[in-house]
Every structure is written in C-alpha cells, then in structure tokens.
Design a protein around this ligand. Structure first.
Ligand SMILES: Nc1nc2c(ncn2[C@@H]2O[C@H](COP(=O)(O)OP(=O)(O)OP(=O)(O)O)[C@@H](O)[C@H]2O)c(=O)[nH]1
Length: 218
C-alpha cells in the first residue's frame, strides 16, 4: 500500500497539435492512451486527479466541450472512481494543469505524470517515490529526473503541495499567449535532481507520444 501522503495528477489537456487533438483518448490497442497511465496508478492504489483541458475549446466561451469529450471523461471517472477536473484557465500549458489539480489535493507530495507515456512502468513510479525521504532530509520541495545531457523530465516529477504558492505567482505574472515556463517554476524551488537511470534504466517510462507515427510505432 502506497503512503497516502502521495497523490498524483495526470495531465490530460493541451492542444495536441502534432496529433490533431484529443491526445488522451487516442486508441492504443483497445485502450485509450490515458488509460495506460491511469491503470498503473490504479494498480498501485495511488489516488489521482485527471486534469482535462479547459471546458472552452477556444477563447470563445460559447465553444465548449462536445458530447464525445464529455462521454470520454465520464468513462474515465466511472472506471477509476477518481477525481476529474479541468484547467482553470484556457490555453496556459502544463503549469495550469498542475495548478488546477493541486487545488484539489490537500497536501503532501504530488506526482505529476503526462497522459501520453503509455510505456510507463510501476517500478519507475516506485523508484521516484522512494526518493521522497532523501528529498525531505535535504529540504527539497521537488524531485526531478535528469538525463546525462542535462535534459530534465519536469512532467514526470514530484512536487510538494507547498510549492503551489510559487506556481500561482508564476501563472499570475505570465501574460499574453505564451505559456508560463515550467523551468521558471523549478528555478524558484529547491529541487532534488535524480539520474533518470535510477528511475527507469530503459528510459521507456519517459517516451511520450506526440504524433500518429509515434502511436503506430507502439
Ligand atoms: N491539463 C493540461 N495538460 C496539458 C496542457 N498542455 C499540455 N498538457 C499535457 O502535458 C503533456 C505534454 O504535452 P505536450 O505534448 O507538450 O503538449 P500538447 O499540447 O499535448 O501537444 P502539442 O500541441 O503537439 O505540443 C501531455 O500529457 C498533455 O496532455 C494544458 O494546457 N493543460
């Protein structure tokens, strides 16, 4: 049984422009893409919040979710019996997804996962969660996998709920159409960077699906 101080957020919004939209509900074999990630969390008995895109499909608030979106979202709610929610702002990128999910989580550590990593393994999640005691003893408030070349995996990371104030500040100060940068969030935190090989030596858990070609290769 996983410690209840840990919850997860599955980021399931975004425009998915490279895929032509609707990334969470693209079919992989007989499952939706998002179910690959949700199944792993479900098997681990980790509570989670799924954050879908803002209920308006455009700046025009009259253009809201269609029936198919809603049916798919209800399917996820019924299948896992976990909270589903929506971005509180339109088109602001993954940070608004994290904030929208964190708003519904009482406290503790929050594992952030994208919906588009169908090769994610239970072991990789256990490995990052096992870094929490080290983060706590070093007063770190997030745990971020890092590759040898310096590339980081901020959407397969753990953040402490106490970082929500920093997140709100960054989102509030962002302007125009540009998405607030996740790097800016991390720069204001005290991260524990961990070698990706300690999380998943195959790196498969970090492989994300962006195009139809990526989907066909699975
Ligand atoms: N809730 C939420 N999730 C997002 C948002 N933007 C991206 N994501 C999620 O973050 C993960 C990585 O997304 P990307 O592939 O970088 O962006 P995308 O918008 O899905 O796709 P592209 O438009 O092709 O870049 C995916 O799981 C997305 O569902 C957002 O604005 N809100």
């Amino acid at each position: 049984m996983i410690n209840k101080r840990i919850s997860a957020i599955i980021l399931s919004g975004g425009k998915a422009t490279r895929m032509g939209g609707e990334k969470p509900f693209r079919k992989v074999n007989n499952n939706y893409l998002i179910e690959k990630v949700a199944d792993v969390l479900h098997n681990m008995e980790l509570p989670f919040v799924v954050v879908f895109k803002h209920i308006c499909n455009s700046e025009n608030s009259a253009n809201t979710l269609n029936k198919c979106d809603i049916d798919n979202q209800i399917h996820i709610f019924k299948k896992y019996n976990q909270t589903i929610t929506f971005d509180i702002l339109y088109n602001k990128g993954p940070l608004i997804g994290i904030l929208s999910g964190m708003n519904l989580i009482e406290g503790g550590w929050v594992l952030i996962l994208p919906c588009d990593t169908p090769l994610i393994s239970e072991n990789s999640i256990k490995n990052i969660i096992n870094k929490i005691p080290l983060a706590e003893s070093n007063n770190c408030n997030c745990i971020i996998p890092k590759h040898e070349n310096g590339y980081i995996e901020p959407l397969f990371s753990i953040y402490h709920k106490s970082t929500i104030k920093t997140l709100e500040k960054i989102i509030r100060s962002s302007s125009g159409d540009r998405h607030p940068a996740i790097r800016q969030y991390i720069n204001e935190l005290n991260p524990l960077f961990v070698d990706v090989n300690e999380i998943d030596e195959t790196h498969k858990s970090f492989v994300n699906v962006n195009t139809h070609n990526d989907l066909n290769k699975l």
